[in-house]
Design a binder for this molecule. Structure first.
Ligand SMILES: *Cc1c(COP(=O)(O)O)cnc(C)c1O
Length: 367
């Protein structure tokens, strides 16, 4: 990424973008295309909403975590009529609750269902095909919008095959880049909704973006350095293969959970079939505070752990294991957590690092 930029209106740039768009279509499984916005992922939450909905349209938000709740708040702030399914944050999305709401929506006010594939705050992954099937079972014609910010490039996700209408992502998690790129993958139905959507929009507008992308360019100045990085990130994913990438994340998540069990720490995710491959959220035992523990890990070992977000503040901590990450990095991270627990006087049952190393050894055929 650290090289001189090229002319973002020139032929070399257009050629690079055509490779990037082809790679993104593959990684997202999105034939109708993936737009790239210079933005954080949050920007593409907004882009998804204002490009497909009209003022006052109903939106159904499944609230099972901090990021889901934030997306719902944004939809509310933009003037949409948000209905919330106030769900258990320790569980994955219950598609039956979505079906029930849609069945009750006789006048078809709900124009979009918003769900988060991997809820980063809680370490809970949800079954998107089950959500699609639940929507279809009601005959409701609502769009399905999915946040894949911390799942894409870590856990299997298929925009087209799973019948998602708008997929939102960012560059800084599974795609291994610095922050600064937002992604919107669309379906044909989303594009139809776009043509009819009356919400005011300008920077986030899809038609301008798609028209320029078509010929390999952007409506305004793109972050060329990040796009150089995206070329390499897509090449790395292609080299390892998506299956290899997902298997590696699954191994790291399994090793982390084994360590947590040995330490005697409870996983915040209460459903064993929904454990996240991207990050693990662990509950602090007894009255121990997560923030003091994390501060100790930072001070002593320069180890950065995720904190509890929203209502989980100080109650949990989060171990990230996604992106450009290997077995040694995980072993170091887990050793840091274990030392941090001991340094903070949090009782540890037995060594989590030992058992995690067993998992990593058993499964170390590839990185
Ligand atoms: C990180 C994250 C976001 C926010 O991404 P930004 O790039 O900070 O806007 C949204 N959703 C999920 C699930 C995330 O993990």
């Amino acid at each position: 990424m650290d090289r001189p930029l090229i002319d973002h209106r020139g032929p070399e740039f257009a050629e690079m973008m055509s490779g990037i768009f082809a790679g993104l279509r593959e990684v997202f499984d999105a034939e109708a295309g993936v737009m790239v916005f210079p933005s954080s992922a949050t920007g593409c939450w907004e882009s998804a909403l204002v490009n497909t909905l009209s003022p006052g349209d109903g939106v159904l938000l499944y609230d099972n975590g901090f990021f889901a709740r934030k997306w719902g708040q944004m939809a509310h702030d933009l003037g949409f009529a948000v209905q919330v399914i106030d769900a258990d944050w320790r569980q994955s999305v219950d598609d039956a609750l979505i079906a029930e709401r849609l069945e009750g929506d006789a006048s078809r006010e709900i124009r979009a269902v918003l769900v988060v594939h991997n809820e980063t705050s809680t370490g809970v992954t949800s079954d998107i095909p089950a959500v699609r099937a639940a929507i279809d079972s009601t005959g409701h014609d609502t769009l399905l919008m999915v946040d894949t910010v911390s799942s894409l490039g870590a856990t299997e996700f298929k925009h087209d095959a799973w019948g998602v209408d708008v997929t939102v992502c960012g560059s800084q998690k599974g795609l291994m880049l610095p922050p600064g790129l937002g992604f919107c993958a669309v379906s044909e139905r989303a594009l139809e909704a776009n043509a009819a959507a009356a919400s005011p929009r300008a920077y986030w507008d899809w038609s301008d973006m798609r028209a320029m992308n078509e010929v390999g360019f952007f409506p305004s100045t793109p972050p060329t350095g990040l796009l150089f990085g995206l070329v390499e990130a897509l090449a790395m994913v292609r080299e390892e293969g998506l299956g290899g990438v997902f298997a590696r994340h699954a191994r790291f998540a399994a090793a982390t959970r084994r360590a947590a069990a040995a330490w005697g720490l409870e996983n915040y995710c209460a459903d064993a079939s929904a454990f996240s491959n991207s990050g693990t959220t662990l509950m602090m035992p007894g009255s121990a505070g997560g923030d003091a523990f994390r501060a100790e890990c930072l001070r002593r070992f320069d180890l950065v752990l995720g904190g509890g977000l929203g209502p989980l503040k100080d109650r949990v901590f989060r171990i990230g294991h996604l992106g450009d990450f290997n077995a040694l990095m995980l072993a170091g991270t887990l050793a840091g957590v274990e030392m941090g627990l001991r340094a903070s006087g949090v009782p540890v049952q037995e060594s989590g690092v030992e058992v995690a190393m067993d998992v990593l050894l058993e499964t170390s055929e590839s990185k």
